[in-house]
Design a protein around this ligand. Structure first.
Ligand code: PA5
Length: 464
């Protein structure tokens, strides 16, 4: 069974020096706070933090698998209509577990997956032109059931199905994932009789990948959701310990806090040395940014806090960002995602024996080269006193991805205690949604629209 490990060797001062590194005594000082933070998060498991319990919802997992089996072989495409927490986890699971070329050549009976997490007209029009809706199952996902982007996509694709196939086809070609009772999407489910799945209470968008939000599309494209949830449950067990040195989530959240608070590293780079894991870094960027990036403390004081997440991919970004990382401003710390044993290997052919500049590669494997570049980057960062932690995977499979997801979700929840913010709200996101509703002339938002319009009077356009 694969086991995800959190390696913090290269954040320690004995390797990278005292100015940027952490000491054992720093960790000891942090340990009681971390333990208390963990207890207060876990105490809310049965209350508002129901996402902690998602790995154990076996009846829901079975219901998803039954539905997936019932539509197996009927569709060439599954299209997710959703955004933010209703999309990023789906992309991450698909890229990690089905790989980048699944859609070119999916296994027999398994559809391709597309996640349309934008409303750029060129994207949506391009999709309508390129795909036959009759071969497509649309999974509309919205926790609130009212997000303008997702609802407009729903209306567009619903109309496309109506035009092409008529009203009777709607129920076969659309499946909805939303709140059990609230939101206009739930109301529409009731009116039009769509098959639907529930985003449970206490499961916010960015913590929802192990709910039907992520599990339904995953099951539809052949991902082993039971293994995913078993991995998450295993990490949950490991993360019950209040001993900071035994609990990967606790240690990760404490190091993030120490790096930011004591070492001025306000940028947190997730550097994926695995092409398949690169979208996990996108998913984590949202988790960290929306959870910890807050103006107000829990007590209501203005604190304007939060680390800035950055995503990088090895080895690609060695030729783009690593110069900055090794020699630029000392405001970053790094979490590498690293795979010990990739599923496949490729041997570089031997040729041009007389040309030393290329002959040293012949007969070696791409994995050797990839790992040498990864380790070379870590060494260069360490020699420049830049802190790096590594999340190691024996291999990338559903069990390991479940572990990673749970570890990072819990880490961020505990970070909320360290940063003294509510990690589960998103007033900044809501503010943007409200402004968009007002600008679109939605009923009930007249006052906000008037405010925006009147402030526009003060704007002086400056262009060149
Ligand atoms: O994490 C969050 O809460 C947000 O990113 C939401 O997922 C995003 O705004 C989409 O919201 P909804 O799922 O309600 O349509």
């Amino acid at each position: 069974m694969s086991r995800v490990r959190f390696d913090y060797t290269h954040v320690m001062s004995d390797l990278i020096g005292p100015e940027h590194g952490v000491t054992d005594s720093d960790l000891q000082v942090e340990a009681p706070h971390a333990g208390a933070a963990l207890k207060s998060v876990l105490a809310r498991r049965e209350e508002d933090l129901r996402w902690l319990d998602l790995p154990y919802q076996t009846a829901v997992h079975d219901e998803i698998l039954e539905y997936a089996a019932s539509v197996k072989g009927r569709f060439k495409n599954v299209v997710v209509l959703g955004i933010g927490g209703s999309a990023l986890g789906n992309i991450a699971l698909h890229d990690a577990l089905n790989g980048p070329f699944h859609n070119l050549n999916p296994p027999e009976g398994i559809p391709r997956l597309f996640v349309l997490d934008n409303i750029d007209a060129e994207l949506i029009a391009g999709f309508l032109e390129s795909f036959d809706v009759t071969e497509t199952l649309f999974n509309v996902i919205s926790k609130s059931g009212g997000t303008a982007e997702t609802m407009s996509q729903f209306l567009i694709f619903r109309e496309a199905i109506l035009q092409k196939l008529g009203a009777d086809a709607l129920k076969d070609q659309m499946v909805i994932t939303t709140d059990e009772k609230n939101g206009v999407l739930r109301e529409i489910v009731g009116r039009e009789g769509y098959r639907s799945f529930i985003v449970p209470d206490g499961v916010g968008g960015r913590f929802s990948v192990l709910s039907p939000v992520g599990l339904l599309p995953a099951a539809l494209v052949g991902i082993d959701i039971k293994a995913l949830c078993a991995g998450a449950a295993e990490m949950d067990e490991r993360c019950r310990s209040t001993d900071i040195l035994k609990n990967p989530a606790l240690l990760h959240s404490s190091i993030q806090t120490l790096m930011h608070r004591d070492k001025d590293k306000n940028i947190s780079v997730m550097f994926s040395y695995s092409h398949r894991l690169k979208s996990m870094a996108d998913w984590y960027a949202q988790l960290l940014a929306e959870s910890i990036g807050k103006r107000k403390s829990k007590e209501g004081k203005d604190i304007y806090t939060g680390p800035t997440p950055v995503r990088a991919v090895g080895v690609t970004d060695q030729h783009s960002q690593v110069q900055l990382y090794v020699e630029g401003t000392e405001d970053k710390w790094f979490t590498f995602l690293s795979v010990d044993e990739p599923d496949v290997n490729v041997t570089i052919p031997k040729a041009f024996d007389d040309l030393e500049g290329v002959s040293y590669l012949g007969g070696r494997t791409l994995t050797e080269l990839f790992q040498a570049e990864r380790d070379g980057t870590r060494i260069a960062l360490a020699e420049a006193e830049r802190p790096t932690a590594t999340i190691h995977f024996d291999k990338v499979d559903a069990h390991a991805i479940g572990q990673l997801i749970f570890m990072l979700e819990l880490s961020v929840a505990v970070m909320g205690e360290h940063y003294k913010v509510d990690a589960f709200d998103q007033p900044g996101v809501e503010a943007g949604k409200v402004a968009a509703y007002a600008l679109m002339g939605r009923d009930g938002y007249e006052e906000r629209r008037a405010e925006i319009e009147s402030s526009k009077g003060d704007w002086k356009t400056r262009e060149v």
